[in-house]
Design a protein around this ligand. Structure first.
Ligand SMILES: N[C@@H](CCC(=O)N[C@@H](CS)C(=O)NCC(=O)O)C(=O)O
Length: 228
């Protein structure tokens, strides 16, 4: 039910940054506070009226203050929930650093995709190569420094899972699972969380769950060879 404590959340369901916020809303247990507004940021004048950047995600507080970018929104949501996904003290910097790396992964996947849509020339292929270097360096980093995999769910993990989900959709040919089998196993487990399934549904599920997505062929092949 929408009331005076409701928070308006502008999203576009495919955006990895929006998925991160929607999955976090569910992990925080704040669905009842959210009035979801599914928009196209390229055409939505209501979004421009509250956020001059006209980008999603944008969260509008009861006093009409609009919050963006997604890391700011997540920090605000943490203040509204007892579920601790962004700790205080030293552990906070580790979570925020992982969130920033994961957002960088999503950015690189988006830039690679956009460059691929344009004219195929020297500049475009250099740019695509640079984004692929970033994608594999970030994935390697997460696999090599994997103490985080054993910890309780946090915002860094949610951000990473949403960025990898986007990578799988936008760049399946990269078959990153072969280089990072431990990370792949973590991801295909993590994406079965209710929060991730809700965030993956086309209208963000209006906070309903859907059936799990099938595993990609590259991961199935890896599982057969026992590498994952
Ligand atoms: N760093 C921002 C990224 C937000 C962003 O780039 N959103 C895209 C959708 S994925 C958007 O709204 N694009 C519309 C535009 O660039 O005008 C965040 O974390 O919220």
């Amino acid at each position: 039910m929408i009331d005076e404590t409701s928070l308006a959340l502008f999203i576009a369901p495919r955006s990895p940054f929006c998925r991160k916020v929607v999955a976090s809303v569910v992990e925080f247990g704040l669905q009842h506070r959210i009035d979801l507004k599914i928009v196209d940021p390229w055409t939505c004048q209501a979004l421009r009226a509250v956020n001059p950047l006209c980008k999603v995600p944008t969260l509008v507080l009861p006093d009409r203050t609009a919050l963006f970018d997604s890391p700011v929104i997540l920090q605000y949501l943490q203040t509204q929930s007892d579920q601790l996904l962004l700790p205080s003290g030293d552990a906070r910097w580790d979570v925020l650093r992982r969130e920033a790396l994961a957002d960088g992964l999503a950015d690189a996947v988006i830039r690679r995709f956009v460059e691929g849509l344009g004219q195929a020339d020297e500049r475009a292929s250099q740019m695509i190569h640079r984004q692929e270097q970033a994608i594999f360096a970030i994935l390697d980093h997460f696999q090599n420094e994997r103490a985080w995999m054993a910890s309780a769910v946090d915002l860094g993990q949610v951000a990473l899972a949403c960025a990898i989900a986007y990578l799988d959709v936008r760049s399946p040919a990269l078959a990153w699972q072969q280089d990072c089998p431990l990370l792949a196993r973590w991801f295909y487990d993590f994406r079965a969380r209710t929060s991730m399934m809700i965030a993956a549904s086309p209208d963000a599920g209006q906070f309903r769950t859907l059936d799990p997505e099938p595993l990609p062929a590259a991961f199935v092949a890896l599982s057969r060879t026992g590498q994952s």
